[in-house]
Every structure is written in C-alpha cells, then in structure tokens.
Write a protein that binds this ligand. Structure first.
Ligand SMILES: [Cu+2]
Length: 151
C-alpha cells in the first residue's frame, strides 16, 4: 500500500493504513481528517492551495508545517482583512486545541504551495504530509478539485 508510511508513529497505523488510505476521511490517533482537497492551478506562477478539516478528539496539538513533493515552498497561511483588503499571511503554526474542530478552508486558514513544480490538474490527486508537534507526520492523499472549489 503506497501511502502506508503516512501514518508514522501511530499505534493504529496498520489498521488505518490498510483500509483508509484512499478514503476521504482518515483517522490517526485522536486526529480525524475529512474533506481535504487541493485546488487546481493552471500554471506554476500562482501558488496552489490545500484545505482540510481536522477533528481532534484528544489533547491539544499544533500543526507546525507541511511537506509536499508538489512545490518548493510549503507555507501555512491565514487570511485577514487589513483596511478592507483581504490579505494572506504566513503563520508559524496552527493551534489544534483539545477536543476541537479546526477547518482549513477557502478564505481562512490554508496550506499554500508556493513554487509549484507542475500545474495541479483537476481530477488528479496528490500527497500532502501534515506535520504535527505531537502526532508527528500524517500524509493525506488529497483530490485536486476545480480552481474555484469551496469544499
Ligand atoms: Cu495563502
């Protein structure tokens, strides 16, 4: 199973990896990942974006970075409004409070794939490895949806 190594460090690795790797929802330890997707990007000049909802049924954790073979510079971003202008800002980490749901979604927190090596084509899928302070790395196989997709 090619995505098995995604679930490094989790006690449930074998169980989860064998049957859930390609499903829309993945659970690793106390974290469940659902509704993840990337947005199609027509070229490589504009960064790609990724989104996923993280459900935490355990103690607090933090998303500290992510890794991807798709781009040179993966960054965690948020949106904020400055003088009525919607802008994106890099954040050092994303807090995942205990027993919480944290949504990475268009217009809010997101994964920014800067320096794409190739266009992200709708209908394909790609691996994104989220790196948590406590849970460690978790690789998700995310579908690439249309450039304006909201979920
Ligand atoms: Cu961004």
């Amino acid at each position: 199973m090619m995505h098995r190594r995604s679930f490094v460090g989790a006690a449930l690795a074998a169980v989860v990896g064998s049957c859930m790797a390609r499903a829309a929802e993945v659970t690793v330890g106390t974290l469940t990942f659902t509704g993840g997707f990337l947005r199609a990007s027509p070229g490589t000049a504009v960064p790609g974006a990724g989104f996923v909802t993280i459900i935490n049924r355990g103690a607090a954790d933090r998303l500290v970075s992510f890794a991807s073979p798709l781009c040179a510079r993966p960054e965690l971003h948020t949106h904020l409004t400055d003088n009525g202008m919607m802008m994106m800002r890099r954040v050092a980490a994303i807090d995942i409070p205990a027993d919480s749901v944290v949504e990475l979604k268009p217009g809010g927190l997101h994964l920014m794939l800067i320096g794409l090596f190739a266009p992200l084509k709708q209908g394909t899928a790609a691996d994104i490895t989220l790196i948590f302070e406590q849970a460690g790395p978790v690789t998700l196989h995310l579908p690439v949806k249309g450039p304006g997709a909201f979920n």
